[in-house]
Design a protein around this ligand. Structure first.
Ligand SMILES: [Zn+2]
Length: 499
């Protein structure tokens, strides 16, 4: 456990005694900072953290858990490189450096996230995502030198590392967080309005509970926020319960959440993806789909998108309470409640890490323009003389460093032509398990399900924006990506198009 995992943040809960449900919490900037940091985490990283830190099984994290497990289980020969697997299973958080300023940072990325060519005098130094099988630099040597963190580098150069003071919201801010994760500035009128809205006039009906929230609780809130509309109740009051969408005490109506261009699905690039659905005729149930690598690349790419990015794409679709957390940003003043308009923009329009975007991702995300440099430094020895050493630095901290012998690093793209997966056929189950066709026996699958071959048919469908939207929605809301109803609609459309 590192220091930050042991940190505690005070939180005051107001719980309606009769229903045993959280009305709202009064929180300081540290708590809200960690909540907003959820939005910066790519989905693959969220699954990874929940699996390793909460001992959750893939199925407990819904479709994204299954998708993640599929990448874990996929034979290396189906991916373009070992680094592709690393990229999907532990995608880089663009705001990772910033999140290190949080009092309670749940992003546990190991410091050696990137590796660089170890040769001090390399003319074409490359940087690659950490991998088990060390990648080769352009110069032919192994890229085995782990990258040092900016904090370490800054202290090395005896500058302040600015490692405290929070990340996103104003340090002096006080906030109300509703059970369904709306974040509102804490004003006396807000509290009064909330009580009024719920028809609570007798304050004796509400218990006040003072807590110190730790790492585990923040992880539980994150997990519950993906599928529940009452993550605070699920985490602190009805512990162990998975929470539900129906039991939400308060559905706080936000002001103008549609004013920032949300509310509709983004236009996607023109796409030409078709998949074949294998359907049980008697009940119109999807048994599985077979698809080429372009569809699988699209699915895998969802793991590299930050949670806030998925919330932005989803528009009106609510998934758990993540949408509320995301929409809260639009009502917060960038100067008064947040640290700056740039940070607000960063949370509202999250970028992907460099080289993470798949050509089949279909959305209009941008990759970060972070640049990396190799900084050479002389280290003077007590015995006299010196050795030369080098450090990898990002452009954000470069300004602190002496400019001499700073060489820009090339980033090694582990993908090929924007693809993670090699050309191949894959099977995708309705709950988003992806497997190579070679590892999947169709006959034994039917036998296991007890379905006669006469009851099975195949349909070709085009994957358009409507289907992508359904996949996103379903991947949060249920364990099934395509339901019977979806198939009915799609099949009808195909029939119409054919006539
Ligand atoms: Zn090299």
């Amino acid at each position: 456990m590192d220091d930050k995992e042991g940190a505690k943040i005070p939180l005051r809960l107001h719980v309606l005694k009769e229903k045993n449900q959280v009305v709202f919490a009064e929180a300081n900037s540290d708590f809200v900072d960690t909540l907003f940091s959820y939005l910066t985490l790519p989905m693959g990283k969220i699954v990874r953290i929940l699996k390793t830190k909460c001992d959750l099984q893939a199925g407990d994290i819904g479709c994204f858990g299954n998708l993640y497990q599929s990448v874990e289980n996929l034979d290396a020969s189906h991916l373009l490189s070992e680094e592709c697997k690393q990229m999907l299973l532990n995608p880089v958080n663009v705001a990772g450096v910033l999140c290190r300023r949080l009092k309670l940072n749940i992003d546990d990325t190991s410091p050696a996230n990137y590796r660089v060519c170890h040769y001090l005098h390399c003319a074409k130094p490359e940087l690659s995502l950490n991998s088990i099988a060390a990648a080769k630099c352009n110069c032919g040597r192994e890229m085995r030198e782990p990258m040092k963190q900016p904090g370490q580098i800054l202290s090395l150069f005896r500058k302040s590392d600015h490692s405290t003071g929070g990340a996103f919201v104003s340090e002096t801010g006080a906030f109300i967080v509703t059970d369904d994760l709306h974040v509102i500035p804490n004003l006396p009128t807000t509290v009064f309005e909330l009580f009024q809205k719920l028809g609570i006039s007798d304050l004796d009906a509400v218990d006040e509970i003072n807590l110190n929230v730790g790492y585990k609780e923040m992880l539980t809130i994150l997990h519950c926020s993906l599928h529940s509309n009452s993550p605070l109740t699920s985490t602190f009051v009805s512990k162990g319960s998975k929470g539900s969408n129906s039991g939400c005490l308060l559905n706080y109506e936000m002001g103008n959440s549609s004013g920032n261009g949300m509310g509709k699905m983004e236009e996607a690039a023109e796409m030409a993806m078709t998949i074949k659905l294998v359907i049980q005729k008697s009940n119109n149930k999807m048994l599985f789909a077979h698809a080429e690598e372009n569809f699988v690349n699209f699915l895998f790419s969802l793991l590299t998108i930050p949670l806030g990015g998925l919330a932005r794409l989803s528009g009106n679709i609510s998934f758990g309470s993540v949408g509320n957390l995301y929409n809260s940003l639009s009502t917060l003043d960038p100067e008064k409640h947040l640290k700056s308009p740039q940070l607000k923009n960063m949370l509202q329009n999250p970028q992907l890490a460099a080289l993470h975007i798949s050509q089949n991702q279909l959305f209009s995300f941008l990759e970060t323009e972070t640049e990396y440099y190799r900084q050479t430094k002389r280290v003077f020895l007590p015995s006299g003389g010196h050795i030369q050493n080098f450090y990898v630095v990002q452009n954000q901290v470069r300004g602190f460093l002496p400019n001499e012998s700073c060489k820009k690093l090339l980033l090694k793209d582990p993908k090929f032509k924007g693809q993670y997966a090699r050309p191949s056929m894959f099977i995708v189950t309705p709950d988003m398990h992806v497997a190579s066709l070679t590892k999947f026996s169709v006959v034994s699958h039917f036998r296991r399900l007890g379905i006669p071959l006469s009851d099975v048919e195949e349909q070709v469908i085009n994957i358009g924006m409507a289907e992508v939207q359904k996949i996103l929605k379903a991947s949060f809301e249920s364990n099934l990506v395509l339901t019977d109803e979806d198939i009915k609609i799609m099949t009808k459309r195909i029939k119409r198009e054919q006539t």
